[in-house]
Structures are given as structure tokens and as C-alpha cells.
Design a protein around this ligand. Structure first.
Ligand code: GLY
Ligand code: MN
Ligand code: MN
Length: 517
């Protein structure tokens, strides 16, 4: 497929110049065989029927997104806040990765899936109380609307053109869907620069969101690059997502349910995986196909790790054999169309039955997870969940004779020997990003107090590498992680992924039933 992105040449009647005359930057489009004559342009841009009437309606999330914007507004009176969706990322030459908006943009607009590459949400400061919903800001969403069929973009622009990627929404449609005032992206620069200057409006932009927009903001501020102050905005946007509202909890439930259905398909695919020279890919592909059918995508690259591969925490090569008698660790999550993702791990006996030593390790990890759940209650600290899980693992490792010190000594911050077999943390917040709220301050994250509405993972594990000389041979090559998604409630918590069996007997029964069915 040709993807000529030089529409400025379109009215030229001339042939492509000889290579030696052609500017270097235009080389690379020489494979295009699209006509460029004036007659063609007139012909291709005319004779099209009426567009269907808009079917856009206000999205159910619009009110929640407005409340989120108001909460942000209250923290930054007098400051212009710039929240880009981000742009395309090149995957190979002139083909891009599928577009996914920045989580902060999705959170504040409610827009999901592939809508609006390059769009920028701006919260313009206004006198307190005169903004949207009585806030101190007025939101405007700057975007590239659908181009007319009389423009070269219509048929020649492979990234944005209707011929190539389909009709994009109009300004009116997005305004209706989001409840946010919309404007053309061409108006962005002037809007960002308005009233900026000595003693004027301060502008903050989300760091690492959109290079081009960040550069414009830096120019307007008279700086080389965006800086320290922007980190404050990133922090506030992360912290705004620490508590999920009702819409978000509903989306998390959908993501988890779709993920559980994906795990069922993985179990059904295990015989095919065992027979395949790259059985781990069969697992990855099965889940990915399911995620695309039922949601937007996977929320992160699936880890399908059989045998010793499970001891590599982020094993995403997924090119190994899946052997009966071994365990396979599957860490996977469906991201639904609203972009919320689940993050679930199950470690399964490939042939449906745990061996005695596999079960012993598995039960230790399950007990650690259960201790984590007991600790995950309102008023406790986030780090208490990890500490509870570690106490169980250290005790079990001591019991098995693996620790060179007592469990109690190992748990001392100066020691931590048990962490040799679990170097990662037990929990992370979960939502629009798999590692959600990552820029939140430590006092609200690791040291934060748990509150109803928080959603995070509980995912202890034990990983004994095949060449670990400090463990008996029977443990080597066994890696187990059990990961569930938890919602903190007023009186404790709810395991959102509880419907996916985690007790070893229940896992075996579930696998047997799926294989028979
Ligand atoms: N799947 C990555 C994680 O569990 O954090
Ligand atoms: Mn996780
Ligand atoms: Mn995970």
C-alpha cells in the first residue's frame, strides 16, 4: 500500500524529477503510483453524496469527566493546563503503531479507542467561579476535524485522509459526545499564547505527551524545553486517578470479565500450545485475538511464560515450548474500548494437575496473596499489603530451609534475603494505564492510606531460576505468580477477578471442565 504524504505536490502536472534533481527529503515517496494531475484532483474530489446525518450523543462518561476537570481546575487557579492526546508513533518507516491517547487525556475527556490523534485539551483559566460548572477554568478541545472532500487530505493523506483511515469526527460531533467546547487545531498556538508574558498566565503541559505541543509551549514560555513546573501537572493528573469514580469501576469490571473469558480461551488452547514449536505464542495469540474481539487491545504485552521462562518477570518473547508436567505463567489483561485494563496472572499446570512441589510453591504464593487481601482495607497503608505478603513468603522460605537467616531477620529492611525470590513489588494501582497513577507522590502512593474506590493489583510470586544453586533441585525452574485486581470498598475490599479460580484444587477442576467442554 502506498502512503504518499506530500499533498503539496498534487496539483503539479510534472513527472517525478530525476533522482539527482530530487530533494533528499522527497525521496522515499518514489514508490507512489498515484496520479497527481490537476484533472485527477478535480475528478477525485467531486461527485460524492451527502454525508449521513450525525448520530453523536452525549457519552455516559461526560458528566464524570466534567467532575474530574473541575477537581483539577481547583488545584491550578490562574494556570493554563495543556493535556495532549499525543500523536502517532512510527512503527516502521511510514507505518504507525495503533494510536492510543495519553491516559490523562482519556481521563479528562472520556474519549477512548482511536479517537483524535493530535487533539489537545486545554483548560483555560478564567475568573474563579465563571468557568465550566462554576470552576476556575473553561475547557476547549482542539482537534483536527474531518476534512472536506474537496481537500487533498481527503484522498491523499495516509494518516488522516478519509480515503485511507475513514471519516473522522467533526468538531460538532466531538462537542456533542464530550460536552466540551471544540475548536480547530490550527487555533491552538494562538490560544496557548494568549495573555502569556511577564506577570501573565502561566502555561503547564503534560510532560512526554506530545513533542510538538510541548515545543510550542516551551517557545511560548521562552524556554528551551518544558520543565520542572510541568511535573506538578503530571503529578496532579496521576493523583486524580487514585480514586476511581463509579464509571471507572464499571469499566474495570468489564475489563476484568473480558480478561477472565480470555483465560478460559487460553486453557482451551493449551493442547494446541503443547503441540506447537512455539506454544507460548499460541497462548499470546489466543489472548490477543480475544482482546481485539472483545475490547480495544491487550492493556500490555501478554506474558506467556512456560517452565523456567516464568522466572523471568517480564518474559514477553513468548517463543518457547509449553511442556506437560511444567507450569505456565500467563499474565494478561484486556483493555476495553474506554481504555481501562485488567492485569491478571494465573500460573497453570500445563497438563491440568499440579505436582507436589509445584503445589507447595503455589500454595505459598496464594497464602501471601490472601494475606495481602486481608491487609487491603480502608485506613491501612498501601505498603501494608506488600508487607503482609512478604511476611508469609519469608516464613515459608524459612520453613523450607532456603533462608540463610531467620524470617524475622530477613524481613528487616537492612536484609531482605527473601526478596531474592521475589524482586518485584506486590501491588500497583490499575486503571487507564496498567501501572496507573505512576507520577503520584509517595505520600499518596506507597505511603498512601487506602480509601474506598482505589483499584490495584495484589500479585505476589516466587521465582526459582533453573540455575539457582541456593535452592534444592526440585524447586529450580519453577516460577509462580498469582495476580488479582482489587477494589477497596467501605468495609474491606472486593476481588474483582475472584471469578477466575485461584485455589489449586479449583484451578484443576476449572481446567478439567474447560477441557471436557
Ligand atoms: N503485567 C505487568 C504487571 O503485572 O505489573
Ligand atoms: Mn501487575
Ligand atoms: Mn500482570
Amino acid at each position: 500500500m502506498c502512503t504518499d504524504q506530500h499533498p503539496e505536490n498534487l496539483t503539479s502536472e510534472t513527472l517525478t524529477p530525476a533522482a539527482e534533481e530530487q530533494p533528499l527529503e522527497e525521496r522515499g515517496s518514489n514508490r507512489s503510483h498515484r496520479p497527481q494531475s490537476r484533472r485527477f484532483v478535480e475528478f477525485v474530489t467531486s461527485g460524492w453524496g451527502e454525508r449521513p446525518a450525525s448520530t453523536a450523543t452525549r457519552a455516559p462518561v461526560a458528566d464524570m469527566a466534567a467532575a474530574r476537570r473541575s477537581a483539577l481546575s481547583a488545584q491550578f487557579p490562574g494556570t493554563r493546563l495543556v493535556v495532549p492526546a499525543g500523536s502517532f508513533k512510527v512503527r516502521s518507516n511510514d507505518t504507525d503503531f495503533r494510536f492510543r491517547p495519553h491516559a490523562a487525556f482519556a481521563h479528562l475527556t472520556g474519549l477512548g479507542t482511536e479517537q483524535e490523534p493530535d487533539a489537545v485539551l486545554v483548560l483555560h483559566p478564567v475568573p474563579d467561579g465563571t468557568g465550566d460548572d462554576g470552576s476556575a477554568h473553561r475547557a476547549v478541545l482542539y482537534m483536527n476535524p474531518l476534512a472536506g472532500r474537496d481537500t487533498p487530505e481527503f484522498f491523499s493523506d495516509a494518516r488522516y485522509g478519509e480515503f485511507w483511515v475513514g471519516a473522522r469526527p467533526t468538531l460538532d460531533e466531538i462537542a456533542t459526545t464530550t460536552g466540551i467546547t471544540t475548536a480547530h487545531l490550527d487555533d491552538l498556538r494562538d490560544a496557548l499564547a494568549k495573555d502569556v508574558g511577564a506577570g501573565g498566565v502561566q502555561v503547564l503541559v503534560v510532560p512526554e505527551s506530545d513533542e510538538a505541543v510541548e515545543e510550542v509551549v516551551a517557545q511560548i514560555r521562552g524556554e528551551e524545553a518544558t520543565g520542572e513546573a510541568d511535573a506538578r501537572l503530571a503529578e496532579a493528573l496521576s493523583e486524580l486517578r487514585l480514586l476511581k469514580d463509579a464509571y471507572e469501576v464499571e469499566q474495570m469490571r468489564l475489563a476484568v470479565d473480558a480478561t477472565i473469558a480470555g483465560f478460559e480461551k487460553v486453557v482451551r488452547a493449551l493442547p494446541r500450545a503443547v503441540a506447537h514449536r512455539r506454544g507460548e505464542r499460541v497462548i499470546e495469540g489466543t489472548f490477543l485475538g480475544h482482546a481485539r474481539e472483545e475490547g480495544n487491545d491487550v492493556g500490555y504485552t501478554t506474558i506467556a511464560a512456560a517452565g523456567d521462562h516464568a522466572t523471568t518477570l517480564h518474559w514477553t518473547d513468548n517463543d518457547g515450548l509449553v511442556r506437560p508436567g511444567e507450569l505456565v505463567l500467563v499474565d494478561a489483561g484486556v483493555e476495553v474500548d474506554s481504555l481501562y485494563t485488567a492485569d491478571v496472572t494465573r500460573t497453570l499446570p500445563v497438563d491440568g494437575t499440579f505436582t507436589e512441589v509445584q503445589r507447595r510453591v503455589y500454595q505459598a504464593v496464594l497464602d501471601a496473596a490472601d494475606a495481602g487481601f486481608e491487609a487491603a482495607v480502608p485506613g491501612a497503608r498501601f505498603r501494608d499489603v506488600h508487607d503482609a505478603a512478604m511476611r508469609v513468603l519469608a516464613a515459608r522460605l524459612e520453613e523450607w530451609g532456603l533462608l540463610p537467616v531467620s524470617a524475622e531477620e530477613s524481613l528487616h529492611p537492612d536484609n531482605q534475603h527473601h526478596r531474592r525470590w521475589m524482586v518485584h513489588g506486590t501491588s500497583h494501582h490499575l486503571g487507564l494505564d496498567v501501572h496507573d497513577c505512576a507520577q503520584a507522590r509517595a505520600e499518596l502512593y506507597l505511603d498512601g492510606v487506602l480509601q474506598p474506590g482505589m483499584v490495584f493489583t495484589i500479585e505476589p510470586g516466587l521465582y526459582f531460576k533453573s540455575d539457582d544453586l541456593l535452592v534444592p533441585a526440585e524447586y529450580r525452574g519453577i516460577g509462580v505468580r498469582i495476580e488479582d485486581d482489587v477494589l477497596v470498598t467501605a468495609d474491606g475490599n472486593e476481588n474483582l477477578s475472584a471469578a477466575l479460580p485461584r485455589d489449586p484444587d479449583a484451578v484443576e477442576a476449572w481446567m478439567a471442565a474447560l477441557r471436557e467442554g
